[in-house]
Design a protein around this ligand. Structure first.
Ligand code: ATP
Ligand code: MG
Length: 351
């Protein structure tokens, strides 16, 4: 098949891990006889330096006409002044909104070869297989903000339609997994959470084959650490999802391992590792490329419908995590390129 992919390497380790993910997609294209074209565009601090804007019009237009977008990371100390009117993160928020990618999928597994790295020494870890579905384009991150000298407000607003579309996505995904949805809210305190919960209860009647559970976000924060293997699909609003998925990432042993997909109504999606620009290691060629490479696998699956190719990439990553080489964050000494080459070789073997 033919596919046009826009890459947004961004800042810090973004370009290093994006290069690895692109190499993987090129190998997949060669092995399976697909024709992928790539178009690199600016976002974040790199875009501010070059054009003054964190999401130049040309980048956005390219993303809007692509089959999928692969992003590295945005931000870094050079652009970190919170009082500056232009900040790298604005580019990413604007891109998510413009693409309408309201559902952010973040799968979490704890690889058996890396269980020692997890802060939990818990026999339940080996069965951890959770898919977080975070609402990505509403709530407090997008509400009206006000500020006077001594008062600040962030409006948190959700419509039934906004809740329903992401919750339906979660139920659909649960049908392809273990038929269990956990909805996380703060319905004992927040009105938006009461709307969220009643919407989940109504949507659930369309999915009688899926078991539904409601948790308050504070208890969920605890349960994720004490019983992580109890969960299948976890769906929640933007702010709670941001916090819970970073907590969950710690279970896997390194932020550098985890991928994400952000999806809207169409097939086009936005794919990025969940880690940030990692300024402390940027430029040294030591960043773990696994999160970016697994994001490329999600791209193959969700935007291009290439399930066998996605599985081939995931199988190759599994082999490399099992046998090495490993980057420093997971206890090895290999660089980004060596890990990427090992994944490419494993794809060639599997195909
Ligand atoms: P940002 O502001 O862009 O989110 P950050 O300072 O929060 O950046 P993160 O990227 O979130 O940094 O990383 C937090 C820690 O995890 C850092 O110590 C970083 O080196 C490490 N880390 C993140 N990504 C990777 C990776 N791909 N490989 C290895 N270590 C990583
Ligand atoms: Mg960060």
């Amino acid at each position: 098949m033919k596919a046009h992919i826009v890459t947004l390497p961004g800042d810090g380790v973004g370009p290093e891990v994006t290069a690895a993910a692109v190499a993987v997609l090129k190998t997949v294209a060669a092995r399976y006889e697909h024709e992928f074209t790539f178009d690199e565009q600016l976002i974040g601090g790199a875009a501010i330096d070059a054009t003054g804007a964190p999401l130049p019009a040309e980048s956005l237009a390219a993303c809007q006409s692509a089959d999928a977008v692969l992003l590295g990371a945005v931000g870094g100390p050079k652009w970190s002044d919170p009082n500056s009117p232009v900040r790298p993160e604005q580019g990413l928020l604007a891109l998510r909104a413009a693409l309408g990618v309201y559902a952010n999928l973040r799968p979490l597994q704890v690889h058996p070869a890396l269980a020692d790295l997890s802060p939990l020494k818990n026999e339940k870890l080996e069965n951890v297989d959770v898919l977080f579905v975070r609402e990505l384009t509403g709530g407090a991150y997008f509400g009206a903000k006000t500020r006077t000298a001594d008062t600040a407000t962030d409006e948190c607003k959700y419509t039934v339609a906004e809740v329903e579309r992401v919750v339906r996505r979660a139920f659909e995904l649960a049908r392809g997994r273990r038929h269990h949805v956990t909805s996380v809210d703060k319905a004992n305190v927040l009105e938006t959470s009461r709307l969220w919960r009643s919407t989940v209860q109504r949507v659930a009647t369309d999915y009688p084959d899926v078991k539904v559970e409601h948790q308050l976000v504070d208890s969920m924060a605890m349960l994720l650490l004490t019983q992580p293997n109890r969960y299948d699909v976890v769906v929640t609003e933007n702010l709670f999802g941001d916090i819970l998925t970073d907590e969950a990432a710690a279970l896997a042993g390194s932020l550098g391992l985890l991928p994400s997909a952000s999806l809207g109504e169409g097939k086009a999606g936005l794919y990025e590792p969940i880690h940030g620009s990692a300024p402390d290691i940027a430029g040294h060629g030591v960043a773990n490329p696994v999160g970016a490479i697994l994001s490329a696998a999600m791209l193959l699956r969700h935007s291009l419908g290439l399930e066998a190719e996605a599985v081939a990439v995931e199988t190759a990553v599994d082999q490399v995590l099992r046998h090495g080489p490993h980057t420093r964050d997971i206890g090895g000494s290999a660089g980004t390129a060596a890990v990427c080459d090992a994944v490419l070789a494993a794809i060639d073997e599997h195909a």
